[in-house]
Design a protein around this ligand. Structure first.
Ligand SMILES: [Zn+2]
Length: 275
């Protein structure tokens, strides 16, 4: 069994990127064509699409840059979700002296324009390039459920004086990991070894090899009274090692950060992720 698990872990990081490209960019470009006929009316809702037949009937959900749904085409095909890119700058996302990571934003104006067009059902044009395809809501929920498997009642904070409590609180000091397979399905992976945040430990580094990982919520007060926490958005290392669209879940910030090797692309709060 152990060998099998290891194999799966080793294989998925190699395979997922093709999957992401196929279910993302490729299908979204065909979607643009298909949606021409669909987007004629000003208000295209479920009712007006009920009669749409055929395997190509798109099911698209469009989210604004805050993760709120602003438009939907409900068809027979499997659901695809798109989110408008963030306008949050590196400075807004990463606080503190060491900026361990960066954003790749569009301007607020461009984001707003994109959202205006989308909410009117305009699904063709340059503004479509400001969208990022993400996993569907069923898989979003699986990711969230896995990430939220924290123990209860043991607290999140650890102090140097009570390091003997570490075992009780260990789930708050681990990264959960997972991968998205070629069918766009989430497969939970192993937890990282636990780590305690400190001056030189901003993250555990389990993430680089997985499509999805959490950044823990545990905080630590050292012997000098300094309080330490994990960086919530993707680290520089996460970003540099990314070879496709990947996800970090900030367990303190309660946000999902979608990123690739260019930086953070989109941000969705937990409350709007999943079903
Ligand atoms: Zn990370």
């Amino acid at each position: 069994m152990k060998t099998l698990t290891l194999l799966v872990v080793l294989l998925f990081p190699l395979m997922h990127c093709h999957a992401q490209l196929v279910s993302g960019h490729h299908q979204s470009s065909s979607a643009r064509q298909d949606s021409v006929g669909v987007s004629r009316g000003l208000h295209v809702h479920v009712d007006s699409l009920k009669n749409q037949e055929g395997p190509n009937a798109q099911f698209h959900i469009y989210l604004n840059s805050k993760g709120r749904e602003i438009y939907r085409i409900e068809g027979r095909a499997s659901e695809q979700v798109f989110v408008v890119r963030t306008f949050k700058t590196t400075q807004q996302l990463y606080s503190g002296g060491t900026r361990d990571g960066h954003s790749n934003p569009i301007s607020r104006k461009v984001a707003r324009q994109t959202e205006r067009l989308l909410s009117r059902g305009k699904l063709e044009g340059d503004h479509m390039q400001n969208l990022i395809p993400i996993v569907n809501r069923t898989e979003q929920q699986k990711i969230l459920d896995h990430a939220m498997q924290d123990g209860k009642g043991t607290g999140r904070h650890l102090s140097a004086a009570r390091l003997d409590n570490f075992k009780l609180k260990i789930q708050y000091f681990k990264e959960r990991t997972g991968d998205i397979n070629q069918n766009g399905q989430y497969i939970a992976g192993p937890d990282s070894p636990p780590g305690i945040p400190g001056q030189h430990v901003k993250e555990i580094h389990a993430g680089g090899f997985h499509d999805v990982h959490t950044h823990p919520e545990g905080t630590f007060t050292d012997a000098n009274g300094n309080k330490w926490a994990y960086t919530q958005p993707p680290s520089n290392r996460d970003i540099l090692s990314s070879d496709c669209t990947q996800y970090v879940l900030g367990m303190t910030s309660r946000k999902v950060y979608v990123y690739d090797s260019t930086g953070v692309l989109a941000i969705i709060p937990f409350k709007r992720f999943g079903r």
